[in-house]
Design a protein around this ligand. Structure first.
Ligand code: GRF
Length: 215
């Protein structure tokens, strides 16, 4: 994986009372709105994979109380929380969501299919500590339907991107990218299958590398 400037500059927040990070698990809050396959991969990684001994999932949160991913997280024994966003003004909802999440004292907020553009009310309390995964190179495609875009344009490859979140739509500094070979992928289902396999591995590995480089 190519190391990029934002990756090199990334710093976890300092612990209170000048404690060292040595041996402390980094606290992850995972946010989702739907199916939750990235969340599952991350939880697995904390239990038996590259994040074992490095991070723990302190809450899985959704703006959709009926999201399948929440149910799946609960079945794995993860603490879950939700707050319906429907009908709420963006800033007011984001302030409430940030307040709720702060109670879990996350070090990192990990977006995994969280289908919302975040306002300053959410970003400021977690500035520099919110990550997202996007199923395309964010320089070339932002927003929804990235696999459809790759499929419809018959792209020979796409680039999964892990990036820091700012107030734009998929505009934050890139932490890691990995190419997916799409040659011979004849259906959208196959494009997604190949892409998600890379997403699940790349997200956990990027987090592990970010955490390891702090120690
Ligand atoms: C993934 O493709 C992710 O890159 C994008 O939304 C999708 C979420 O899928 N941001 P899942 O809920 O993790 O299965």
């Amino acid at each position: 994986m190519k190391l990029l400037t934002a990756f090199e500059q990334f710093q976890l927040p300092a612990l209170p009372f000048g404690e060292g990070r040595e041996g402390k698990l980094v606290r992850l809050a995972i946010l989702l709105s739907g199916r939750g396959s990235n969340m599952l991969a991350l939880v697995e990684a904390t239990k038996t994979g590259v994040l074992k001994g490095l991070a723990e999932v302190v809450v899985v949160f959704s703006n959709k109380p009926d999201a399948f991913g929440l149910e799946a997280a609960a079945a794995l024994g993860c603490p879950i929380a939700s707050l319906p966003s429907q009908g709420r003004k963006r800033e007011a909802f984001d302030a409430d969501a940030a307040h709720l999440l702060q109670q879990y004292q996350p070090d990192l907020v990990v977006l995994a299919g969280y289908m919302r553009i975040l306002s300053p009310a959410f970003i400021q309390p977690f500035a520099g500590r919110i990550l997202n995964i996007h199923p395309a190179d964010t320089h070339h495609h932002q927003g929804l339907h990235a696999y459809e875009w790759a499929f419809e344009n018959r792209l020979p490859e796409t680039k999964i991107t892990v990036h820091l979140v700012d107030e734009g739509l998929d505009t934050g500094p890139i932490l890691a990218q990995q190419t997916v070979d799409l040659r011979g992928a004849d259906t959208l289902v196959e494009v997604e299958r190949r892409g998600l396999a890379v997403e699940h591995e790349l997200y956990a590995r990027t987090l592990a590398e970010l955490i390891q480089k702090q120690n």
